[in-house]
Every structure is written in C-alpha cells, then in structure tokens.
Design a protein around this ligand. Structure first.
Ligand SMILES: Cc1cc2nc3c(=O)[nH]c(=O)nc-3n(C[C@H](O)[C@H](O)[C@H](O)COP(=O)(O)OP(=O)(O)OC[C@H]3O[C@@H](n4cnc5c(N)ncnc54)[C@H](O)[C@@H]3O)c2cc1C
Length: 426
C-alpha cells in the first residue's frame, strides 16, 4: 500500500479485505475508482440488484476520499434552484437541488445505516464571518439555506465566540446538516457497505483500457477483464489518461493537511467546546476541527513553500492559530500530508456521457465529502440504466479546458499571497 503519511492511516478503522481483479468477469456496471463517488454509486446500484464491480488502482480511499480534512460542509456556491429547473425541468431540477441540499444528512444517514466506524460528528458545520463586512454574506447564505428548508441557525457575535472560543469572529451561521468525520474510516466503511449490498470491490486493479465490445464495454486490468453493460468513471483529481480528455477537463491544485498530537484536555475545552468544525469567510479559508482524540487538524491549499515544507507550514499555521486563540501555546504537530483537488471553472462537479453506457463524474473543487457521496448516487442511477433524460443532473460536454496546465501552475503560486492581501484590505 502507498503510504501518504496521514493521521488517518494511523487512526481509521481497517479496510475490508479485497484482492485484485483476476480472470474474465461479467457485470452490469463497472465503477472505476474507490472513493466516495464510486462507492456511493456502487452501493446505489448493488442495492437494486445490478451486478456491480468496483476497480481501484491502489487501495480504498487512495484519492481525496482517504486524505481530506474531514469537513462535511454541504454549502455550495453552485446551487441555484431556478437555474436547475430551467436546465432540467421542474421535477429533475428540484431533485438535483434536493440532493445537494440534503447531502450532509445523506452522509450521516449512510454512516448510521451501515454502522460505519469513522468518528462521525454530525454536530453542524460553522460558517464564520472574519470581519463585520462579511456578515451580510453570512446572512444571505443563511436565508438561502432557510429557503431550502435545511434549518440553518444564524449566529451573532456572542454565539460565534461561545461556539469557537475565539474572539476573531463577528458571527456567522451553522449548517445543521454538516459536521465532520474520519475520511479514511468513512470511505472504508462505504466499501464495506457496497460489498454488503453485493458489489465486488477489487483493489490494486488499475484500469488500463476501455474498449467498446458486443454492445458493452471491455474493461482491462493487469490480471483480469470485466465485460459490462455500463461503466462509471469516478477518478476525480486522480484521473489518468484512461479517457482523454477527462483529466484535462479541470485544473489541478494541491491541498495539504497537518495534524497535532492530542492537545491538553483543559485547553481543548476552551476551543470548539461543542466539537464543531468551522471554515471562515477569508478568501484563504481557515478550516479547523479536532478528531476524537483531541488532535487538531488544519490545512489549506499548497503554495510554493506552505504545505510542502513541514517547518514552514507548521510555523505559518501556528501564527494563524495564535491570532484566533491567543492562549493556545505550543502545539506539537506530528502528521503532514497532501492530495490533489480537481477544479472546474464553475466550481461545480460535472457528469459526462461521452459514449453509450459510459459515464464520468468529476470536478468537486475541494468539497467532496457530502457532494461526492450524494451525487455518486446519480452515477449509480446511470449505472442502473436510467435514461439520461431522467437523471437529476445535466450531462455536460466533455472537452479539454485549454488553460488547465497554466492554471494548475499559476493559481497555487499567486492565490495565497493575493488572498492574504485581499483579507488585509477588507
Ligand atoms: C487534502 C485535501 C483536503 C480536502 N478536504 C476536504 C474537506 O474537508 N471536505 C470536503 O468535502 N472535501 C475535501 N476535499 C475534497 C474531497 O476529498 C474530494 O472531492 C473527494 O474525495 C472526491 O471523491 P471521489 O470519489 O470523486 O475521488 P477520489 O476519492 O479522489 O477517488 C478517485 C480514485 O480513483 C482511483 N483511480 C484513478 N485512476 C484509476 C484507474 N485507471 N483505475 C482504477 N482506479 C483509478 C484513484 O486511485 C482514487 O482512489 C479535500 C481534498 C484533499 C486532497
């Protein structure tokens, strides 16, 4: 197994036992990629008695799903109920909006349904204003999610201070459907759930080629093949050259995470005392949460030195923490890892159907815990054979984003300094 040095490799509940694909197999639906998207699709299809095989190049959760910050924040800039109805019609448009609006609840209901051991904390996710000027944005978001019926809670300054233990915030709101979890434990649990429903999951089985054959698809791995009616590609930021130009339809950035040794219990009681997770309105968002053993987990987007060099990264994060929690003292950081995120220009995931029976769902733009879980079920519906004009998601045209290579190089270099300057000027 390729180790990435994450906290979760040391703390997540074990993965189910899986082996590589061997021999010549038959299936209705092959899913490529064992992350949230692929496994959610597999659970959905297998539950409907569709013979489903998941093929993963590495181990379960090798991609973003096993290494993210663990925030389940079902807040998306791209939900627009009116636009969804305009594009998809009333019934499908409303379904699309509902899937996203309820995506946090979906994560925690799957965890309950399958008894997934992943430190699930359905506490609600805090969205906090870093300045007084940012409060109107928080109020607008709160009103929007209230209209969607997700029971958000508006927080004034005193409430934000009480819930975080920090004087830095001017208020905000809580998405009550959000929370946090151990992401590797969660994705391993989804794999177990897919297997319980009858899907096969094969690891160390990179798909090398896809060929149209006998009205279906021949999917080839190093030691075996599957002939299937339909294929769902769920490889997000870890997309290789299997289906050009899928890997060039978005641009890539890297996100890093660091985690500390458990902090002093008395100090812990003063920071996020009700075990919430939060993100704020700074352009360079600050994400903070604790795991079950009071380890502090933070991170952000990788810049030239931040997120790559352990000493520089921990010094940078220590400064941020001190600003927010002046009494925090010295934290012992132990884990430092990173991963890729796939960003579409509209920040929304896209579903593609470039050939009959072939689907791909990618481009979560760094917010996949609830999104990939919930929209993975749409990929599962496609895998069950639902006609594309009945799916609750638009089919996008698959094409290269010409600026992807340049954006992948330039944005990480310029983004951090630019965003910090913006935050100072606000
Ligand atoms: C450091 C970091 C922090 C993040 N923090 C958060 C967060 O706090 N909250 C949040 O909501 N989101 C977060 N994200 C984003 C989130 O992790 C992703 O959006 C989500 O995991 C995407 O899931 P997925 O199943 O689509 O893809 P992935 O989990 O990336 O899975 C894709 C899989 O496809 C496999 N694969 C690729 N090619 C092949 C092939 N040819 N054959 C077989 N298998 C193949 C890969 O090995 C991989 O396992 C973060 C991401 C990173 C990297």
């Amino acid at each position: 197994m390729t180790k990435i040095g994450s906290l979760y490799e040391d703390t997540a509940a074990p993965a189910p036992t899986t082996v590589p694909l061997t021999g010549a197999q038959e299936a209705d639906f092959v899913v490529i990629g064992a992350g949230y998207t692929g496994l959610s699709a597999a659970i959905h299809a297998a539950k409907r008695n569709v013979r489903t095989i998941v093929l993963e190049a590495n181990e379960i959760g090798h991609g973003g799903s096993g290494r993210n910050h663990g925030h389940c924040v079902p807040v998306y800039g791209f939900i627009n109920p009116e636009k969804a109805i305009e594009k998809l019609g009333t019934e499908r448009g409303n379904r699309f909006t509902r899937i996203l609006a309820d995506s946090g609840d979906r994560v925690f209901s799957l965890i309950r349904e399958y008894g997934i051991d992943c430190e699930a904390a359905p506490t609600g996710a805090l969205q906090l204003a870093h300045s007084a000027q940012a409060m109107p944005k928080m109020e607008r978001q709160h009103a929007f999610y209230e209209r969607l019926g997700t029971n958000p809670v508006l927080l004034d300054r005193d409430q934000a201070i009480a819930l975080t233990g920090s004087q830095s915030f001017h208020g905000g709101w809580m998405h009550t459907g959000g929370g946090h979890l151990n992401p590797l434990g969660y994705v391993r649990g989804l794999a177990r759930a897919a297997m319980t429903e009858g899907a096969e999951v094969h690891t160390n089985s990179p798909v090398l080629s896809l060929e149209r054959k006998n009205g279906g698809w021949l999917v080839t791995c190093p030691q075996g093949t599957v002939h299937a009616k339909r294929v769902g590609i769920a490889t997000n930021a870890y997309t290789d050259g299997l289906l050009p130009p899928l890997g060039k339809s978005f641009f890539l950035m890297s996100s890093y995470a660091i985690a500390s040794e458990p902090i002093d219990p008395a100090l812990r009681e003063t920071i996020l005392p009700q075990n919430h997770n939060f993100g704020d309105t700074r352009p360079d968002v600050r994400y903070v949460r604790f795991d079950k053993q009071n380890r502090l987990i933070m991170g952000g987007l990788v810049e030239p030195t931040i997120g790559t060099n352990f000493d520089k990264t921990t010094a940078f994060i220590a400064n941020r923490l001190k600003e927010m929690f002046p009494r925090i003292g010295k934290i012992k950081w132990r884990w430092h890892w990173s991963g890729r995120i796939a960003i579409n220009m509209d920040r929304a995931p896209h579903l593609y159907n470039p050939a009959e029976g072939l689907f791909a769902l990618v481009g979560y733009s760094g917010r996949g815990v609830p999104t990939a879980t919930a929209l993975g079920e749409v990929l599962g519906e496609a895998g069950c054979g639902m006609p594309t004009n009945e799916l609750p998601m638009e089919i996008s045209e698959l094409k290269s984003l010409a600026a992807a290579p340049l954006l992948s190089i330039m944005v990480p270099r310029l983004r951090g300094p630019y965003n910090r300057l913006r935050a100072r000027l606000e």
